[in-house]
Design a protein. Sequence first.
Length: 306
Amino acid sequence: MNNSIVETENLCKKYGNKLVVKDVNMHVRRGKIYGIIGKNGAGKTSIIKMILGLIHKTSGQVRIFGKDTDECRQALVGRIGYMIEPNGFYSNLSARENLMIYTRIQGSINPNVVMDALQAVNLPSDDRKKFRNFSLGMKQRLALALAIMNDPEIIILDEPTNGLDPIGISDMRRYIKKLQQERNKTILLSSHQLSEVEVLADDIGIIDDGRILAECEIEKIKKESKQSIKVEVDNIKKSAVVLEAKGIKNFVIQGEHQIAVYEKNISSYDINRMLMDRDIKVSTIFTEFFNLERYFNNAIGGKVNP
Ligand SMILES: Nc1ncnc2c1ncn2[C@@H]1O[C@H](COP(=O)(O)OP(=O)(O)OP(=O)(O)O)[C@@H](O)[C@H]1O
């Protein structure tokens, strides 16, 4: 993909003799949300940690802002924020106090960066509530606040909604989307949940057993993926004859009673009429739209869902 701000080339990782990341080529576009999707153990965290330089890569290249990270790691400090494992926050301190500690560690003296980060994830900036009384969602948002504290251009999040309840998940997704839309951040995140990347990401990389099986723009696959009208009928042979007689050739018989029609310029109403006019009983008729789960399953060759 053009305009990549983070790229990997033939990235590999071995733990002992076990190769767990295998020649991964990834391209994260500037200003976009890129979702790495894969089952548990597929290699997502290892890829992210290699991109961040938190673990050594076995071979391959990571380029950020077009530069090989082996040569410019130091220059990237402050330009990338990340949230990977539970951060070390002090339970007896507030959100603000915890972040203030990090600003001091990072050598910054500007309290506004803390306020700004807290505001971006809707956490209180007063000191009344201590970390130990935070919900899991608040803790996760504090971790996100820490990731964005120095206004980095790239934000990398490993399973950002893991373990959250539905409200926590929805809040987290909203803040991530806002960071992209209102602050023009480039975001790389991993998830084992298809619904997550479907609602958040512009681009996806499908990882299975350490390999990248597909990398694509979600909008593009939506456009290219075939929409079909599914019809359940009592007489499949007669239905096929009727459709052909009406000039509809682009259909597939999918079982004893089901036909999928892929014709573009025909509505379910028209099909229903054609069949009913010939006394065929139509028990169900619906349009099947793009489905990331189907796309993912095709990519990983029909293996079990993540
Ligand atoms: N430090 C390590 N030493 C040995 N093996 C490891 C280590 N870290 C990860 N692995 C193995 O590497 C493989 C990929 O793990 P990784 O954590 O990168 O996958 P993941 O897709 O992020 O999975 P999860 O969603 O469960 O975190 C797994 O088989 C895991 O057991």
